[in-house]
Write a protein that binds this ligand. Sequence first.
Ligand SMILES: *Cc1c(COP(=O)(O)O)cnc(C)c1O
Length: 230
Amino acid sequence: MSIADNLLKYKNEIESQGVKLVAVSKNHPAEAVMEAYEAGQRVFGENLVQEMVDKQAQLPADIEWHLIGHLQTNKVKYIAPFVKLIESVDSLKLLKEIDKQAAKHKRVIDCLLQIYIADEESKFGLGFDEAIELLRSEEFEAMKNVRIIGLMGIATNTAQEKQTIAEFNELKVLFDGVKVSFFRKADSFKEISMGMSADYKLAIAEGSTMVRIGSNIFGKRVIKHWKNKE
Ligand SMILES: *Cc1c(COP(=O)(O)O)cnc(C)c1O
């Protein structure tokens, strides 16, 4: 199946359930993104700043770019002019920098707090307590140029469905608690980004509002070393 065929299949299946599809185009060339774009996709996810910046410059301006990978504070400035959603905010320090760079461009940048739900050491993210602490902080309170619209999480890469379901459920329960405690009146706080190619069905069943799908749409990742790789 072509990229366009795959895209339409997943887009229809996912969006008919009221869930947003983020097409993860990391490690695939701009032409692959363009093929999905021409099939109707507008929301793309990238995990490297340089790769996103390069593609953004070459591709149509109405694409919504989501940064989904770990973001270093010194790179925020490169994406601040255009990024639609930063899904991977994993520290107060990073959020402060996003706020600062967004102000320079007179923007408010939407963000998700990435929450650590996996049973793996390599995954970035805030612990539950750290997320609450961030939301309670006076520093966060003072920020004018970021808006937190939800939470993101990556489940453990495992064939044990019970574990995956339990991890997604933890994120949903945390989301509900944070909503009541901090965003009761903010309609914009409504996103739970969870689910990838292997586990998106389980994620949707547990309350995901946004899934990030790469290999199911684009196939195996082809670019091994993006130029200026981080
Ligand atoms: C690569 C990546 C995805 C997509 O993974 P697939 O298994 O190819 O669908 C989703 N989320 C994040 C954070 C990623 O880095």
